[in-house]
Design a binder for this molecule. Structure first.
Ligand SMILES: O=c1ccn([C@@H]2O[C@H](COP(=O)(O)OP(=O)(O)O)[C@@H](O)[C@H]2O)c(=O)[nH]1
Ligand SMILES: O=C(O)[C@@H](COP(=O)(O)O)O[C@H]1O[C@H](CO)[C@@H](O)[C@H](O)[C@H]1O
Length: 347
C-alpha cells in the first residue's frame, strides 16, 4: 500500500509508538463509498429495482451432496417462490463422484454436468471451469456465484450481492465478505478461515495491486456480476478464477466498478493444507500471469509451473517421503463473448 497522499490513517500494530500509516487515497475513498451490508438491501426495494433485469444463480459443486440441497432450497423458497427476484438456479455438477446432481435436482435446481456444456470444447477440470460453464449455460443479465459447500448460507447472501448491481449501473461486480471461522477437530477459530487469503492472496495483492487493498475477502466464493462484463473476461479454470476476475475487472473497468457487501459469517468445508498449497500455487501463477499481461512486472524468466509437495508414503528420491507433483499453471478459458462470436461466424 502506498503511504503517500492524504490517504486514510489506519491504526498501526506498533502501538507503542505514534506511527501514521496511510492507505492510498483511492482505497480510502472507495471503502465507504463501495462497501455496504446485506441488511442495507431490502427485498421490496430490489424487486422494484429489478424491472426487466433477469437474475441467474450459479452454484459450482464438486461432491457437495451434503450441503448443495439446502442452499438450492433456500434460494428457491425465498427468492423464487416467495418473491420473483431470482429467475434461474443452476448447479454445475463438476465431475462429482457423489450424489450432488440428484440432490441438487431434487431441491429444484437446474443441473448441468460441467463437461456437457459447450461439448465441442475439450473438457477441463477446476472450479473456474465450472463457473465459466455455468455462465455459458445461463441467461441472466446478472449472475450470482455461490459456493456449494456452505453450512450457514442464507438468501441474504444473494440479495446483498444483488443490491449494488440492481441499484447502481456503474457497479459491474460485487464481492461478498464475512467473518470466516476455521472449524477443526480441536474446535473453531472464529476468524481462522481464509488461510490462502491471509497468507498468499492479500499480501501479493497489496504488493502489486494496492488499489484492491480494501477488499476484505478478495477470494470470497460468493460474488455477482453483470453478464456483459463477465462474458468479456477470461476465466482461469482452477482456483485462480477469483483473483483473476478481480484483477481483470479492475484493469478493464477501474476500482469504482467494483463493490463489496458484508454477508455476516461464512462457514464452509475446509480443504487440507496440502490442497491449499496447490490452490496457493494456482493463485500465484494467476497473479504472475496478470503481472506480465498488464506490464506490472517483467521477470527475467517465467515462473516454473510444477509444484512439488511431499507426504508420508513410500520413500524415494533419497527422502522418506512421497513426492507429489502438480501442474499449477494458469490455464484459462477465453472471454465467452469472443468464443460465441467465433461459433456464430462458423455457423
Ligand atoms: O473442480 C472444482 C473445485 C471446486 N468446485 C466447487 O467450488 C466451490 C469452492 O471450492 P472448494 O470448497 O474446494 O474451495 P475452498 O472453499 O475450500 O477454497 C465448492 O462448491 C466446490 O464444490 C467445483 O465445482 N469444481
Ligand atoms: O479464502 C481462502 O483462503 C480459501 C480457503 O479458505 P479456508 O482457509 O479453508 O477457510 O477459500 C477461498 O478461496 C478459493 C480460491 O479463490 C475460492 O474458490 C473459495 O470459494 C474460497 O472459499
Amino acid at each position: 500500500m502506498s503511504g503517500s497522499g492524504k490517504g486514510m490513517v489506519v491504526r498501526s500494530e506498533r502501538a507503542n509508538e505514534k506511527v501514521e500509516l496511510k492507505v492510498s487515497a483511492d482505497v480510502g475513498s472507495w471503502l465507504p463509498r463501495r462497501s455496504s451490508h446485506a441488511a442495507d438491501w431490502r427485498r421490496e426495494d430490489l424487486l422494484a429495482a429489478k424491472g426487466a433485469t433477469t437474475v441467474s444463480v450459479v452454484i459450482p459443486a464438486r461432491d457437495e451432496e451434503e450441503t448443495v440441497g439446502d442452499i438450492v432450497r433456500t434460494i428457491r423458497r425465498d427468492l423464487v417462490e416467495a418473491i420473483p427476484l431470482v429467475d434461474e438456479v443452476l448447479v454445475v455438477d463438476s465431475r462429482s463422484q457423489d450424489d450432488t446432481a440428484r440432490v441438487a435436482a431434487e431441491a429444484g435446481a437446474t443441473v448441468v454436468a460441467q463437461d456437457s456444456v459447450l461439448p465441442m470444447l475439450p473438457g477441463m477440470a477446476g472450479k473456474g471451469e465450472a463457473l465459466w460453464k455455468g455462465l455459458a449455460a445461463t441467461k441472466g443479465d446478472l449472475v450470482v456465484f455461490v459456493d456449494g459447500d456452505l453450512y450457514d448460507f442464507t438468501s441474504d447472501y444473494v440479495t446483498g450481492l444483488l443490491g449494488p448491481l440492481l441499484t447502481d449501473e456503474s457497479v459491474a461486480y460485487v464481492k461478498g465478505f464475512y467473518h470466516r471461522p476455521l472449524v477443526g477437530a480441536g474446535g473453531t477459530d472464529a476468524d481462522g478461515g481464509g488461510r490462502v487469503t491471509e497468507l498468499v492472496a492479500r499480501p501479493l495483492l497489496n504488493m502489486y495491486w494496492p488499489e484492491l487493498a480494501g477488499f476484505v475477502q478478495p477470494l470470497a466464493g460468493e460474488y455477482a456480476g453483470r453478464r456483459e462484463v463477465l462474458e468479456r473476461i477470461p476465466f482461469v479454470v482452477n482456483y485462480g478464477v477469483e483473483v483473476g476476475h478481480l484483477i481483470d475487472i479492475l484493469e478493464a473497468h477501474g476500482l469504482d466498478a467494483l463493490a463489496q457487501v458484508d454477508l455476516g459469517k461464512r462457514t464452509h468445508r475446509h480443504q487440507s493444507t496440502q490442497a491449499l498449497g496447490r490452490m496457493s500455487g494456482q493463485i500465484m501463477q494467476t497473479m504472475f500471469d496478470r503481472l506480465a499481461r498488464y506490464g506490472r512486472l517483467v521477470s527475467a524468466q517465467p515462473p516454473a509451473t510444477l509444484l512439488a509437495q511431499f507426504r508420508r508414503g513410500e520413500s524415494g528420491h533419497g527422502v522418506e517421503r512421497e513426492m507429489v507433483l502438480t501442474d499449477v499453471s494458469c490455464q484459462q478459458r477465453p472471454p465467452l463473448a469472443e468464443l460465441l462470436a467465433e461459433v456464430r461466424e462458423i455457423a
